[in-house]
Design a protein around this ligand. Structure first.
Ligand code: FES
Ligand code: FES
Length: 220
């Protein structure tokens, strides 16, 4: 055989074996198995859970009970899930807003045992056994608005109102510690909340009215 003929034969056999390999992969899933094996080896080396273990491990631990607005709510929450996500996307409590999702705007504020917290920066698993109060739990059972909510109605305090539930929850928490604040003190108490419409003066007036309503409700 000439040298050229030998090269042609060699190329043809390589093409054939490559074609056979691809055909084999499609019909038998060899490559997938190999990848799985490689992943398995690497996982074992690094002490990480295997894919099938990840999908089943800890499912029992993910089913937790939360005390939300006075009710025991059973929920499937991942370990790394934030309270804001659980409230909004698992429990349907969309009154809690997500603005920055990084503890900067206060839109996601809820009360944990009466203290305002940014729910975007709290892990759901860490609030088991705590009393969670969201904007949906503020009004009375008969639908009567909370005095701070009524203050917003009285003063027409917000423009688009995206930030409203965060301001209200923060004010409700703050007023538990200082029920009769000066305007300046309440402004300081609300300083963790941002309003994109920059309607601060009107919001503060509404919150002051809310504080007044709250004091009146307690006297009455
Ligand atoms: S969304 Fe939580 S602080 Fe902004
Ligand atoms: S009223 Fe629009 S963000 Fe505050």
């Amino acid at each position: 055989m000439t040298e050229k003929a030998e090269q042609e034969t060699d190329r043809a056999s390589k093409t054939l074996s490559r074609r056979n390999f691809i055909k084999g992969v499609i019909t038998s899933g060899v490559a997938v198995s190999s990848a799985g094996y490689l992943f398995r080896t690497s996982s074992l080396l690094h002490g990480q859970p295997l894919p099938d273990q990840q999908s089943t491990a800890g499912v029992g631990e993910r089913l937790i009970t939360l005390n939300v607005n006075g009710q025991q709510r059973r929920v499937d929450a991942m370990k790394q899930e934030t309270l804001a996500s659980t409230l909004r996307y698992k429990l349907g409590l969309t009154g809690t807003k997500l603005g920055c999702d990084r503890a900067e705007c206060g839109s996601c504020t809820v009360l944990l045992d009466d203290i305002p917290h940014f729910s975007c920066s709290v892990l759901t698993h860490n609030v088991r056994g705590r009393k969670i109060l969201t904007i949906e739990g503020l009004a009375g059972a008969d639908g009567t608005l909370h005095p701070v909510q009524q203050g917003v109605i009285d003063e027409q305090g917000f423009q688009c109102a995206f930030c409203m539930s965060g301001f209200i929850m923060t004010a409700v928490g703050y007023l538990k510690t200082n029920p009769n604040p000066t305007r300046q003190q309440l402004a300081h108490g609300l300083s963790g909340c941002l309003c994109r419409c920059q309607d601060y003066d009107k919001i503060l007036t509404a919150m002051m009215r809310g504080a007044e309503n709250l004091r009146g409700a307690k006297l009455g």
